[in-house]
Each structure stands twice: as structure tokens, then as C-alpha cells.
Design a protein around this ligand. Sequence first.
Ligand code: NAP
Length: 223
Amino acid sequence: MPRCLLITGASRGLGRALTEAYAAEGWRVHAIARHAHDLGTVPNVWVHEMELTDRKSIATLRTRFAEERLELVINNAGTWGPKAQDLGPIDAEAWIDAFRVNAMVPYYVAEALADPLARGRGTVVTITSRMGSIGDNGSGGDYVYRSSKAAANMVVRSLARDLAPRGIGAVALHPGWVRTEMGGPEAPLSIQESVDMMRRTIAGLTLKDSGKFLNLDGNALPW
Ligand SMILES: NC(=O)c1ccc[n+]([C@@H]2O[C@H](COP(=O)([O-])OP(=O)(O)OC[C@H]3O[C@@H](n4cnc5c(N)ncnc54)[C@H](OP(=O)(O)O)[C@@H]3O)[C@@H](O)[C@H]2O)c1
């Protein structure tokens, strides 16, 4: 039976590259994206058009995968949030929107897919960010992104505790600073470099790693 994974934010950037890499390796990949796109023509990829901030989509996710067996779920969809997010006026609605995408959707996805994950003795990998590390924050600013990713880290930590009895792992993973739309052209890592390292780290995960916040190379990061 082919190994099966589900990934969010598969339309572009890291999510798209992860989707293509796992599919090329023979995994059956369920790619969640807000808009249908050409990924549907890639062998081994099934595209599901969904807006995961909408609770109806989460209900659909639960029923659509009720009988599946998932070995891996990658919570990858994420947003930087509003442009202005240093000390000063910050758009509160945009802050809430970013919180929804970065911190709440990973919870709802993991909770909705707990049964298929338990069947696959699977792991939920949430792509958070070093910018969500409280211990590593030496420069301040970026309130929206930092706070929503710190919240995502806390969600992962609780998931790790709560899902352990069912044999499901939960890990927070920093992908490095990568040249995507979000990372920008100055970032040191190519998408390929980040994806190769993350996949190596994910392949080596065991239940002992559950509850950890990891750099893409597998080393632990401060919370
Ligand atoms: N690039 C970096 O340097 C870096 C560093 C640390 C962490 N990360 C994290 O890595 C993950 C992937 O980022 P990326 O660099 O690949 O960024 P990206 O190229 O901007 O892609 C973001 C992905 O998230 C999806 N997304 C954004 N807002 C969404 C929403 N409201 N609802 C559903 N999906 C939404 C996008 O879908 P649409 O195409 O529909 O907009 C897209 O697939 C994110 O969680 C990000 O925070 C990135």
C-alpha cells in the first residue's frame, strides 16, 4: 500500500515543492489548496479545493478522510499577515486573520484527522517559524507573525501530549529562511534545499521526537 500524506497550502512555495517531492517518491499526496490548479495533473497528487479557515471545510475534511490511513499530515499553509506589524498601529482584523491561518487551522486540521492519523501511526508536522520562538526573539517587532507562530508552537506542544496515547506524533518544524513569496529574494536557502532537509528530518522522526520544535536540519530550537 502506498504511504499517504495530506498537506495544506500546496498551491505554491514550500507546500508545492513538498507535494511534488513526496509524490515523485511514490507517496499518495492529498494536496489542500484554496484554488484548484495544475497540481492536479501531477501523478500521485489529489487536489482538494478548500478554504480551511471556513469551519465547513474542516467538517468536509473530517468526513472525506474518515476511512483513510494517513502517515503524515503537514500543516504548511501560512501567512505573514499585514505589512505594518512593528510597534505602531496594527490592523486588528488582519492580526486575527493571520492567527486563524497560522495557529488555529493547524489545530482544526490535526483534530479532524486524528482517526486517519491513528490508523497510520502518523505524525502531524506543523511548519511554524523560528520567528515564533520566544527564546530566540532578540530583535522584537513583527508582532502578528511572531505571536501567531508562537501560538502555533503551543498548539503543537499540546497536540503532542493529547495525541500520544493514540500513537500520533506532533512536531513543529522551522523550514529555514527560504526564497519563496513569503521569504523574499534575499533569503539564503532555495526551496529545493529547504525541502530536501525537511524531508530528511521528517523521515527520521519517531514518537520520541513528538512535542519538539525542530530546525529543518533536525536540531532542537528554543521555544
Ligand atoms: N519562506 C520562509 O522563509 C519561511 C520561514 C519560516 C516559516 N515559513 C512558513 O512556511 C510555510 C510555507 O511558506 P512559504 O514560504 O512557502 O510561503 P508562500 O510561498 O507565501 O506560500 C504560502 C502558502 O500558504 C497558503 N495560504 C496563505 N494564506 C492562506 C489562507 N488564508 N488560507 C489558506 N491557505 C493560505 C498559500 O495559498 P494561496 O496560494 O491560496 O495564497 C500558499 O500555498 C508557512 O507556514 C510559513 O509561515 C516560511
